[in-house]
Design a protein around this ligand. Structure first.
Ligand code: TXA
Ligand code: MG
Length: 303
Protein backbone atom coordinates (compact mmCIF):
# COMPACT_ATOMS: atom_id res chain seq x y z
CA UNK A 1 0.00 0.00 0.00
CA UNK A 2 1.20 3.47 -0.78
CA UNK A 3 -0.12 6.33 1.30
CA UNK A 4 0.65 10.02 1.58
CA UNK A 5 3.48 9.39 4.02
CA UNK A 6 5.31 7.02 1.66
CA UNK A 7 5.08 9.65 -1.07
CA UNK A 8 6.54 12.23 1.33
CA UNK A 9 9.36 9.86 2.17
CA UNK A 10 10.08 9.23 -1.52
CA UNK A 11 10.15 12.96 -2.29
CA UNK A 12 12.49 13.76 0.58
CA UNK A 13 14.86 10.97 -0.47
CA UNK A 14 14.95 12.32 -4.04
CA UNK A 15 15.64 15.82 -2.69
CA UNK A 16 18.57 14.49 -0.64
CA UNK A 17 20.09 12.84 -3.70
CA UNK A 18 18.90 9.30 -2.96
CA UNK A 19 17.49 6.65 -5.29
CA UNK A 20 13.77 5.87 -5.40
CA UNK A 21 12.26 3.06 -7.46
CA UNK A 22 8.78 3.96 -8.64
CA UNK A 23 6.06 2.38 -10.77
CA UNK A 24 5.10 3.63 -14.21
CA UNK A 25 2.58 2.23 -16.68
CA UNK A 26 5.46 0.54 -18.58
CA UNK A 27 8.02 -0.81 -16.08
CA UNK A 28 9.44 0.32 -12.71
CA UNK A 29 12.03 3.10 -12.90
CA UNK A 30 15.10 3.68 -10.74
CA UNK A 31 14.82 7.40 -10.13
CA UNK A 32 17.11 10.21 -9.04
CA UNK A 33 17.00 14.01 -9.13
CA UNK A 34 17.95 14.73 -12.77
CA UNK A 35 19.72 17.93 -11.70
CA UNK A 36 21.93 16.32 -9.06
CA UNK A 37 25.07 14.90 -10.75
CA UNK A 38 26.06 12.67 -7.80
CA UNK A 39 22.55 11.19 -7.61
CA UNK A 40 22.54 10.50 -11.36
CA UNK A 41 25.95 8.82 -11.09
CA UNK A 42 24.57 6.56 -8.36
CA UNK A 43 22.00 5.23 -10.85
CA UNK A 44 24.78 4.02 -13.17
CA UNK A 45 26.67 2.48 -10.28
CA UNK A 46 23.66 0.55 -8.96
CA UNK A 47 22.52 -0.61 -12.39
CA UNK A 48 26.00 -1.52 -13.53
CA UNK A 49 25.25 0.46 -16.65
CA UNK A 50 27.98 2.00 -18.85
CA UNK A 51 28.09 5.76 -18.11
CA UNK A 52 27.62 6.93 -21.64
CA UNK A 53 24.20 5.33 -22.00
CA UNK A 54 21.72 8.20 -21.68
CA UNK A 55 18.80 8.26 -19.22
CA UNK A 56 15.21 9.37 -19.74
CA UNK A 57 14.06 12.40 -17.72
CA UNK A 58 10.56 11.90 -16.32
CA UNK A 59 8.34 14.96 -15.96
CA UNK A 60 5.09 15.53 -14.07
CA UNK A 61 3.46 17.74 -16.67
CA UNK A 62 3.60 17.93 -20.48
CA UNK A 63 4.10 21.71 -20.11
CA UNK A 64 7.53 21.05 -18.53
CA UNK A 65 8.81 20.02 -21.96
CA UNK A 66 9.85 23.56 -22.87
CA UNK A 67 12.24 23.96 -19.94
CA UNK A 68 14.09 20.68 -20.65
CA UNK A 69 14.42 21.11 -24.40
CA UNK A 70 15.95 24.00 -26.33
CA UNK A 71 13.79 23.53 -29.39
CA UNK A 72 10.48 21.74 -29.72
CA UNK A 73 9.51 20.93 -33.32
CA UNK A 74 5.86 20.85 -34.30
CA UNK A 75 5.83 17.05 -34.52
CA UNK A 76 7.05 16.85 -30.91
CA UNK A 77 4.33 19.18 -29.71
CA UNK A 78 1.71 17.18 -31.52
CA UNK A 79 2.96 13.88 -30.07
CA UNK A 80 3.28 15.26 -26.54
CA UNK A 81 -0.19 16.79 -26.72
CA UNK A 82 -1.72 13.58 -28.02
CA UNK A 83 0.11 10.90 -26.05
CA UNK A 84 1.35 12.40 -22.75
CA UNK A 85 0.91 11.21 -20.11
CA UNK A 86 1.72 7.92 -21.82
CA UNK A 87 4.29 5.30 -22.87
CA UNK A 88 6.16 7.58 -25.26
CA UNK A 89 9.67 9.03 -24.88
CA UNK A 90 10.62 11.95 -27.11
CA UNK A 91 14.25 12.59 -28.03
CA UNK A 92 14.76 16.35 -28.32
CA UNK A 93 17.59 18.89 -28.30
CA UNK A 94 18.55 19.41 -24.68
CA UNK A 95 18.22 22.68 -22.77
CA UNK A 96 20.90 24.00 -20.40
CA UNK A 97 18.99 22.44 -17.54
CA UNK A 98 20.06 18.97 -18.71
CA UNK A 99 23.24 17.52 -17.19
CA UNK A 100 25.96 15.73 -19.19
CA UNK A 101 25.63 12.90 -16.67
CA UNK A 102 22.07 12.33 -17.89
CA UNK A 103 22.72 12.43 -21.65
CA UNK A 104 26.13 10.77 -21.67
CA UNK A 105 27.41 13.99 -23.22
CA UNK A 106 25.01 13.92 -26.18
CA UNK A 107 23.25 17.08 -27.31
CA UNK A 108 19.85 15.42 -27.06
CA UNK A 109 17.67 14.35 -24.14
CA UNK A 110 14.91 11.77 -23.74
CA UNK A 111 11.76 13.12 -22.03
CA UNK A 112 8.55 11.46 -20.96
CA UNK A 113 5.47 12.00 -18.80
CA UNK A 114 4.39 8.58 -17.48
CA UNK A 115 0.72 7.65 -17.32
CA UNK A 116 0.63 6.35 -13.76
CA UNK A 117 -1.13 7.98 -10.86
CA UNK A 118 1.59 7.31 -8.29
CA UNK A 119 4.40 8.34 -10.65
CA UNK A 120 2.62 11.59 -11.48
CA UNK A 121 2.00 12.33 -7.79
CA UNK A 122 5.67 11.72 -7.07
CA UNK A 123 6.89 13.86 -9.97
CA UNK A 124 4.53 16.71 -9.16
CA UNK A 125 5.34 16.70 -5.45
CA UNK A 126 9.08 16.57 -6.23
CA UNK A 127 8.68 19.40 -8.70
CA UNK A 128 11.75 18.67 -10.87
CA UNK A 129 12.78 16.10 -13.44
CA UNK A 130 13.51 12.53 -12.35
CA UNK A 131 16.14 10.67 -14.36
CA UNK A 132 15.25 6.99 -14.43
CA UNK A 133 16.21 3.88 -16.32
CA UNK A 134 14.31 0.65 -15.78
CA UNK A 135 14.98 -0.56 -12.20
CA UNK A 136 16.89 -3.75 -13.12
CA UNK A 137 20.58 -4.62 -13.37
CA UNK A 138 22.00 -3.73 -16.78
CA UNK A 139 21.09 -6.19 -19.54
CA UNK A 140 18.53 -8.14 -17.51
CA UNK A 141 14.75 -8.38 -17.67
CA UNK A 142 12.91 -5.17 -16.69
CA UNK A 143 10.81 -5.14 -13.49
CA UNK A 144 7.03 -4.93 -13.71
CA UNK A 145 6.34 -5.24 -9.97
CA UNK A 146 7.85 -3.90 -6.74
CA UNK A 147 8.90 -7.48 -5.89
CA UNK A 148 10.94 -7.68 -9.10
CA UNK A 149 12.75 -4.49 -8.06
CA UNK A 150 13.45 -5.89 -4.58
CA UNK A 151 14.79 -9.12 -6.07
CA UNK A 152 17.06 -7.26 -8.50
CA UNK A 153 18.33 -4.29 -6.53
CA UNK A 154 17.71 -5.18 -2.88
CA UNK A 155 19.37 -2.72 -0.52
CA UNK A 156 21.02 -0.76 -3.32
CA UNK A 157 17.86 1.29 -3.73
CA UNK A 158 16.96 3.70 -0.91
CA UNK A 159 13.21 3.38 -1.29
CA UNK A 160 10.65 1.49 -3.38
CA UNK A 161 7.22 2.96 -4.03
CA UNK A 162 4.88 0.01 -4.53
CA UNK A 163 2.22 0.59 -7.17
CA UNK A 164 1.41 -3.04 -7.93
CA UNK A 165 1.88 -4.52 -11.40
CA UNK A 166 2.63 -2.30 -14.39
CA UNK A 167 -0.32 -2.22 -16.79
CA UNK A 168 1.53 -1.87 -20.11
CA UNK A 169 4.48 -4.08 -19.20
CA UNK A 170 7.05 -3.12 -21.85
CA UNK A 171 9.16 0.06 -21.92
CA UNK A 172 8.08 3.25 -23.64
CA UNK A 173 8.30 3.74 -27.38
CA UNK A 174 11.23 6.07 -28.12
CA UNK A 175 10.81 8.55 -30.99
CA UNK A 176 13.62 10.81 -32.15
CA UNK A 177 12.05 14.10 -33.22
CA UNK A 178 15.27 16.08 -33.55
CA UNK A 179 15.30 15.96 -37.35
CA UNK A 180 12.37 16.78 -39.62
CA UNK A 181 11.52 13.09 -39.93
CA UNK A 182 10.53 11.39 -36.66
CA UNK A 183 12.08 7.93 -36.32
CA UNK A 184 11.34 5.15 -33.82
CA UNK A 185 14.52 4.25 -31.91
CA UNK A 186 12.83 1.62 -29.72
CA UNK A 187 9.43 0.03 -30.27
CA UNK A 188 7.50 0.01 -27.01
CA UNK A 189 4.26 0.52 -25.13
CA UNK A 190 2.80 2.97 -27.64
CA UNK A 191 2.08 1.06 -30.86
CA UNK A 192 3.75 2.31 -34.04
CA UNK A 193 0.34 2.35 -35.75
CA UNK A 194 -0.99 4.98 -33.32
CA UNK A 195 2.00 7.25 -33.95
CA UNK A 196 1.58 6.84 -37.69
CA UNK A 197 -2.11 7.76 -37.50
CA UNK A 198 -1.36 10.98 -35.68
CA UNK A 199 1.69 11.96 -37.75
CA UNK A 200 -0.05 10.82 -40.96
CA UNK A 201 3.02 9.06 -42.25
CA UNK A 202 4.90 5.79 -42.03
CA UNK A 203 7.58 5.55 -39.35
CA UNK A 204 10.85 3.72 -39.69
CA UNK A 205 12.25 1.69 -36.79
CA UNK A 206 15.96 2.41 -36.71
CA UNK A 207 18.12 -0.33 -35.21
CA UNK A 208 21.28 1.69 -34.80
CA UNK A 209 22.32 5.20 -35.65
CA UNK A 210 24.46 8.05 -34.46
CA UNK A 211 22.70 8.10 -31.08
CA UNK A 212 23.27 5.36 -28.56
CA UNK A 213 20.30 3.41 -27.32
CA UNK A 214 21.28 0.78 -24.79
CA UNK A 215 18.31 -1.41 -25.64
CA UNK A 216 19.90 -1.81 -29.06
CA UNK A 217 22.88 -3.80 -27.80
CA UNK A 218 22.65 -7.33 -29.09
CA UNK A 219 21.88 -9.22 -25.89
CA UNK A 220 19.56 -7.31 -23.59
CA UNK A 221 16.35 -7.82 -21.63
CA UNK A 222 17.77 -11.29 -21.04
CA UNK A 223 16.74 -13.99 -18.57
CA UNK A 224 19.38 -16.40 -17.29
CA UNK A 225 18.13 -19.34 -19.33
CA UNK A 226 18.75 -19.54 -23.07
CA UNK A 227 15.79 -18.37 -25.16
CA UNK A 228 14.57 -20.24 -28.23
CA UNK A 229 12.15 -18.26 -30.42
CA UNK A 230 9.91 -20.33 -32.67
CA UNK A 231 6.74 -19.96 -34.75
CA UNK A 232 3.79 -20.68 -32.40
CA UNK A 233 2.73 -23.97 -34.03
CA UNK A 234 6.24 -25.40 -33.48
CA UNK A 235 6.62 -24.43 -29.82
CA UNK A 236 5.35 -27.64 -28.22
CA UNK A 237 7.36 -29.86 -30.55
CA UNK A 238 10.58 -27.99 -29.94
CA UNK A 239 10.08 -28.11 -26.18
CA UNK A 240 9.55 -31.88 -26.41
CA UNK A 241 12.74 -32.33 -28.45
CA UNK A 242 14.81 -30.42 -25.91
CA UNK A 243 13.28 -32.37 -23.02
CA UNK A 244 14.09 -35.61 -24.83
CA UNK A 245 17.74 -34.43 -24.83
CA UNK A 246 17.52 -34.18 -21.04
CA UNK A 247 17.23 -30.39 -20.88
CA UNK A 248 15.09 -28.56 -18.34
CA UNK A 249 12.64 -26.56 -20.45
CA UNK A 250 10.03 -23.88 -19.75
CA UNK A 251 7.46 -23.52 -22.53
CA UNK A 252 5.72 -20.14 -22.69
CA UNK A 253 2.14 -19.83 -23.89
CA UNK A 254 0.76 -17.27 -26.33
CA UNK A 255 -0.74 -15.46 -23.31
CA UNK A 256 2.68 -15.31 -21.62
CA UNK A 257 4.11 -13.34 -24.54
CA UNK A 258 1.69 -10.42 -24.36
CA UNK A 259 3.16 -7.09 -23.21
CA UNK A 260 1.73 -7.11 -19.64
CA UNK A 261 2.89 -10.70 -18.98
CA UNK A 262 6.17 -10.93 -20.88
CA UNK A 263 8.75 -9.98 -18.25
CA UNK A 264 7.03 -11.76 -15.36
CA UNK A 265 6.83 -14.91 -17.52
CA UNK A 266 10.56 -14.80 -18.33
CA UNK A 267 11.36 -14.32 -14.64
CA UNK A 268 9.10 -17.24 -13.65
CA UNK A 269 10.78 -19.45 -16.22
CA UNK A 270 14.17 -18.58 -14.70
CA UNK A 271 12.88 -19.31 -11.21
CA UNK A 272 11.66 -22.73 -12.33
CA UNK A 273 15.29 -23.61 -12.99
CA UNK A 274 14.83 -23.95 -16.75
CA UNK A 275 17.94 -24.10 -18.94
CA UNK A 276 15.88 -23.30 -22.04
CA UNK A 277 12.83 -21.10 -22.49
CA UNK A 278 10.88 -22.00 -25.63
CA UNK A 279 8.89 -18.96 -26.77
CA UNK A 280 6.20 -18.66 -29.46
CA UNK A 281 7.08 -15.47 -31.35
CA UNK A 282 4.06 -13.12 -31.54
CA UNK A 283 2.94 -11.30 -34.66
CA UNK A 284 4.69 -7.95 -35.01
CA UNK A 285 1.67 -5.67 -34.98
CA UNK A 286 0.49 -3.37 -32.21
CA UNK A 287 2.32 -4.16 -28.98
CA UNK A 288 3.56 -7.38 -30.60
CA UNK A 289 6.27 -5.30 -32.29
CA UNK A 290 7.78 -4.35 -28.92
CA UNK A 291 7.34 -7.85 -27.49
CA UNK A 292 9.09 -9.44 -30.49
CA UNK A 293 11.88 -6.83 -30.27
CA UNK A 294 12.53 -7.67 -26.60
CA UNK A 295 12.39 -11.40 -27.28
CA UNK A 296 14.94 -11.12 -30.10
CA UNK A 297 17.30 -9.31 -27.74
CA UNK A 298 16.66 -11.88 -25.02
CA UNK A 299 17.54 -14.61 -27.55
CA UNK A 300 20.62 -12.85 -28.97
CA UNK A 301 24.08 -14.39 -28.45
CA UNK A 302 25.57 -13.46 -25.06
CA UNK A 303 29.07 -12.16 -24.81
O1 TXA B 1 9.31 2.94 -20.20
C1 TXA B 1 10.44 3.39 -20.08
O2 TXA B 1 10.99 4.06 -20.95
C2 TXA B 1 11.17 3.09 -18.76
C3 TXA B 1 10.40 3.77 -17.63
C4 TXA B 1 11.11 3.65 -16.30
O3 TXA B 1 10.15 5.10 -17.95
N1 TXA B 1 12.52 3.55 -18.81
C5 TXA B 1 13.47 2.91 -19.54
O4 TXA B 1 14.73 3.44 -19.37
O5 TXA B 1 13.24 1.97 -20.27
P1 TXA B 1 16.05 2.71 -19.87
O6 TXA B 1 17.16 3.57 -19.39
O7 TXA B 1 16.04 1.31 -19.43
O8 TXA B 1 15.93 2.83 -21.40
C6 TXA B 1 15.94 4.13 -21.94
C7 TXA B 1 16.45 4.11 -23.34
C8 TXA B 1 17.90 3.68 -23.39
O9 TXA B 1 18.00 2.68 -24.37
C9 TXA B 1 18.64 4.95 -23.76
O10 TXA B 1 19.80 4.70 -24.47
C10 TXA B 1 17.58 5.70 -24.54
O11 TXA B 1 16.41 5.44 -23.85
N2 TXA B 1 17.84 7.14 -24.55
C11 TXA B 1 17.77 7.99 -23.51
N3 TXA B 1 18.15 9.23 -23.88
C12 TXA B 1 18.46 9.15 -25.18
C13 TXA B 1 18.95 10.09 -26.14
N4 TXA B 1 19.19 11.35 -25.83
N5 TXA B 1 19.15 9.65 -27.40
C14 TXA B 1 18.91 8.37 -27.73
N6 TXA B 1 18.48 7.44 -26.86
C15 TXA B 1 18.25 7.82 -25.61
MG1 MG C 1 16.24 -0.75 -19.41
Amino acid sequence: MTDASSLDTAVSILKKGGLVAFPTETVYGLGADAENPAAVKAIFRVKGRPERHPLIVHLGDPGDLASWSSSVPESAELLARTFWPGPLTLILRRSRRVLDEVTGGQETVGLRVPDHDLALKLLRAFGGGVAAPSANRFGRVSPTSADHVRQDLGKDVDYILDGGNCGVGVESTIVDVTSGDPVILRPGGLPRERLEEVLRRKLEVRGSGPVRVSGQLDSHYAPRAAVLLVPPPEAEGRAKELRAQGKRVALLSVGDVTAPNLYASLRRADESGAEWIVVPLPEEVGLGLAVADRLRKAAAPRS
